[in-house]
Each structure stands twice: as structure tokens, then as C-alpha cells.
Ligand binder design. Structure first.
Ligand SMILES: Nc1ncnc2c1ncn2[C@@H]1O[C@H](COP(=O)(O)OP(=O)(O)O)[C@@H](O)[C@H]1O
Ligand SMILES: Nc1ccn([C@@H]2O[C@H](COP(=O)(O)OP(=O)(O)O)[C@@H](O)[C@H]2O)c(=O)n1
Length: 432
């Protein structure tokens, strides 16, 4: 039986790495974001046959034909963009019989060692699938691997496909073995400086690297250049209101602005609005760096305004970090980095507010508000169901961010009740 799967040995050859360096990588194929991935590794030796292992691999490789593919380059911007392009191509061009899974490869406990790819199960063993994947390999941007089983179906070998002249052939083979589940979800390896940036320079550098491929980066960088890197807060309090969509941030921040006669600011700031859709369409590395810089640009406005009046801010650093972490970390709520992880630390060079309030609402109340906003019932319910886990992860990440930590408020009661509770908090924390 001939089966296909992804691997990075081809990359290893290109980078002149030997097999032993790559054999220490672990691969994770994710069937469902709510379950643990299947972890496997490569082996130069014939592994002992193992019934449990072969059952697991049957599930992965025996669904008709299986392939794997990933983008490959040393340039992190190009790699992130190629991965997104690859995803778009696969989603739009693969025959319906195919099942597309996330596949990642990483060195356990080594930060930024994670490489993302895709695993494709083609139940109908469609020639169209193979031709399409071979075409992608021709561009030299992507690498493709396939797998074959031993005659009795107990052992699996990986074949790396390579372009030789006009022919695409499998050139190297390695055995596959089951790998131990790592202590932490591997997606944690690529949070710091890949989706969450802890200094102005780190976020700035990403957009600098994008100047050629995304010309709009230059304009964002110019705005960032104008802002003082270490904006110092004025004598008036700075109050940040955080929360998921439809938790009542806009409603509350407007009331607070009136009552406190303060300035109402937001992150990302208005001056970045025209580029937001452009950067939202980019992969996480670039998109998150844009939002991170947005906080620093907002911080300049906060510093200036807080010298004159109290400042209310609609979303700030907590939103940037919580959404980035929750999106990047696959799996269940338990996959989030533990509460004491350094991913929840505040950037040392970003203006610190006096109070951060996190608005939370019960799911039924949120659904009611969305309905009142006119969101179609069926669509909204489907969205709630699909995003329930994601929403829980964002909210949990919000709660774990430290220095300053947020004060959590149940924003399900009436607007007036929420407002008076927050005013009491402001009195307590901000000497107003
Ligand atoms: N405490 C509240 N009770 C009932 N409805 C509310 C409350 N706060 C906000 N709303 C309503 O819920 C919807 C979402 O509020 P909004 O302030 O726009 O949230 P966000 O800015 O967080 O997305 C709006 O229709 C708003 O009028
Ligand atoms: N300070 C901020 C604000 C928003 N964001 C991102 O922007 C998205 C939410 O923005 P939004 O405009 O939908 O927010 P609301 O209008 O719902 O308040 C989140 O997905 C975050 O990823 C951010 O990263 N940092």
C-alpha cells in the first residue's frame, strides 16, 4: 500500500543538515483542534512492530492516499506568507474527497523551532490530487513527502519527493515511529516574537522586513517613528476597557468618557484604520506585529492626553496578546501556557495603564445582544458553537496577563449597573 505524508528531510538536505539533526524533530498531525495531535518521529533504524502504533498510523495514513507538504525558506516573512498561500491553494484546489489536516514539525522545548505544513488524506486516491501537489513542488517553494507501508501494513516509511529534471520522484525513505506527547503543546514554541512581541523593536523589525512585499508597511513604520518609544504617562489616570466582541466596551467607554470628562482612545489608533484590513489579511507574524505597533502608537496619544484629563482606552495590550495566544495555541483550553508562563508578561517598554477592566458576559446574554444588533439567529448560533472554545481561550488568556492584571467584571447586568460598578473600581484604583 502506498501512502503519502509530510516531512522536512528535503529541507535538511537543502540546508546541508544531516539526517541525525532532523531525526530529533517531532511531527504532530492534528485531526481536530479539540483533541491531542498524533505525534510521530523519524528513525534511521527499523522500529520494532507495535500493535498500538500501527493502529494509530492506520488512522493517519490509511485513508486512501496521504500526502504532506510545507513551505520552505529561511526568510520568516516569506515562510509565513508561503504557508498562507499554500493553505489558500489547498483549500480551493483540492478535490472534495480530500481531508486537510494541520501538520507541524518541531524540536521539543526549542523556541521558534516549529515549522507549519499540511497533511492531506485523499480517500479516493485521486490522480488530480497528486498532479496538483507535484505542480506545487515544481515551484521549489514547497516540499512534498509520501509514505509507504510494509507488506503486512505494520511499519511505515516516509519518502521525500524531489524534482529531478522534469520528473518528480521519491528519493529518500525513513521509518516512522510514534513520539511521546510533549510536556507542552508545541504551538507554545512559536509565541514569543512570532505572534506576541514584547518590545517596540521586535514588532518594528517585522514590519521593516515586510517593506518590499507589503509597501504599506513603510507608512506604518513612519507613524511608529514619530511616536516616542518610552511614552510617559501624565498625572491623570489611564483606564483600559477590554473584552470580547459585544461585551459592551463601546457602550461603557462612551459613558465613562462623558462622566469623567476624559479622552477616549483606542488601540489600534484611528491613524492605522486605513491599513487594518490590509494587515488583517496577512499571516499572524505580520498581522500581530501590526497590532503590537498599534499599541505603541496609541501609547503616545495616551501619554499626551493623560497630561490633560483621564484617559479611557477601548482595547490595548491585553487584546493584542490574548487573541494572538488563543489563536496560535491549538487544542483544548488546557493547552494554553500555564498561568506563570512568560508569554503573559507586559512589554517592558509599553506605557502601563492604572486600571484594566475585563468585561465578560454570559453566553446567552451575548447571543441576545448579537440578535438585538441584527445578526441572523442561525448564523450567530453556528458561530457561537464553533467559536465557543476559542472565546474561552481568549478570555482565559486575558485573565492570565500580568502587571497589570485585569479586574474582571460580569457585564451581563444592565448598562447602568455595569457603569456604576466600573466607576466604583475607578474610585478605588485611581484616586478619582
Ligand atoms: N450592559 C448592557 N446590557 C444590555 N445591553 C448592552 C449592555 N452593554 C452593551 N449592550 C448592547 O450590546 C451590544 C454590544 O455592545 P457594544 O458596546 O457595541 O460592545 P463591544 O464594543 O464590546 O463590541 C450593543 O447593542 C449595546 O447596546
Ligand atoms: N489592541 C488590539 C485591538 C484589536 N486587536 C485585534 O483585533 C480584533 C478585534 O478587533 P475588533 O475591531 O473586532 O474589536 P471590537 O470592535 O469587537 O471591539 C481581535 O481579533 C484582535 O486580534 C489586537 O490585536 N489588538
Amino acid at each position: 500500500m502506498s501512502i503519502r505524508l509530510n516531512c522536512l528531510s528535503n529541507m535538511a538536505r537543502r540546508l546541508n543538515c544531516n539526517f541525525s539533526q532532523w531525526s530529533s524533530r517531532v511531527f504532530a498531525a492534528e485531526f481536530d483542534s479539540r483533541c491531542d495531535p498524533v505525534y510521530f518521529a523519524l528513525s534511521a533504524q527499523t522500529p520494532a512492530a507495535d500493535e498500538k502504533q500501527s493502529l494509530l498510523f492506520q488512522k493517519l495514513f490509511s485513508q486512501g492516499k496521504a500526502y504532506s507538504i510545507h513551505a520552505i525558506t529561511d526568510d520568516r516573512i516569506q515562510r509565513a506568507r508561503s504557508y498562507s498561500d499554500l493553505q489558500d491553494k489547498l483549500v480551493s484546489a483540492l478535490p472534495k474527497s480530500c481531508n486537510l489536516l494541520q501538520l507541524i514539525a518541531f524540536h521539543p522545548n526549542v523556541n521558534n523551532s516549529l515549522v507549519k505544513g499540511f497533511f492531506i488524506q485523499d480517500a479516493l486516491n485521486n490522480a488530480e490530487t497528486e498532479n496538483m501537489l507535484k505542480d506545487l513542488v515544481k515551484s521549489e517553494e514547497f516540499h512534498l513527502c509520501t509514505y509507504v507501508s510494509s507488506e503486512d501494513g505494520t511499519l511505515w516509511q516516509q519518502c521525500v519527493w524531489s524534482q529531478r529534471g522534469k520528473e518528480c520522484t521519491d528519493v529518500t525513505k525513513h521509518y516512522i515511529t510514534v513520539a511521546a506527547k510533549p510536556e507542552y503543546h508545541p504551538s507554545l514554541l512559536n509565541i514569543i516574537n512570532t505572534v506576541v512581541f514584547y518590545s517596540f523593536e521586535d514588532a518594528y523589525r517585522v514590519l521593516q522586513e515586510c517593506k518590499e512585499c507589503i509597501p504599506e508597511s513603510k507608512e506604518v513604520l513612519e507613524l511608529a517613528d514619530q511616536c516616542l518609544k518610552n511614552s510617559t504617562k501624565g498625572r491623570f489616570p489611564v483606564i483600559v476597557i477590554e473584552g470580547l466582541d459585544a461585551t459592551g466596551k463601546t457602550t461603557l467607554t462612551q459613558s465613562l468618557q462623558e462622566i469623567l470628562r476624559g479622552a477616549l482612545l483606542r488601540s489600534p489608533p484611528g491613524c492605522l484604520s486605513q491599513w487594518r484590513a490590509r494587515f488583517d489579511a496577512e499571516p499572524p507574524l505580520i498581522r500581530r506585529a501590526f497590532y503590537a505597533l498599534g499599541n505603541y502608537i496609541s501609547a503616545c496619544d495616551i501619554a499626551r492626553e493623560s497630561a490633560k484629563s483621564p484617559v479611557i482606552v477601548d482595547r490595548y495590550w491585553h487584546s493584542t496578546a490574548a487573541y494572538a495566544i488563543a489563536t496560535e495555541v491549538g487544542g483544548a483550553l488546557e493547552s494554553l501556557p500555564s498561568s506563570h508562563s512568560e508569554v503573559y508578561r507586559w512589554p517592558r517598554d509599553l506605557l502601563t495603564p492604572d486600571l484594566v477592566v475585563l468585561l465578560t458576559v454570559r453566553p446567552e446574554e451575548r447571543a441576545r445582544r448579537l440578535r438585538a444588533r441584527g445578526v441572523e439567529k442561525t448564523r450567530e448560533e453556528a458561530e457561537l458553537e464553533a467559536n465557543n472554545l476559542f472565546r474561552q481561550k481568549v478570555e482565559e488568556a486575558y485573565r492570565r496577563i500580568q502587571d497589570p492584571a485585569c479586574v474582571v467584571i460580569d457585564a451581563s447586568p444592565s448598562k447602568e449597573e455595569v457603569l456604576s460598578e466600573v466607576l466604583l473600581l475607578i474610585q478605588k484604583h485611581c484616586n478619582l
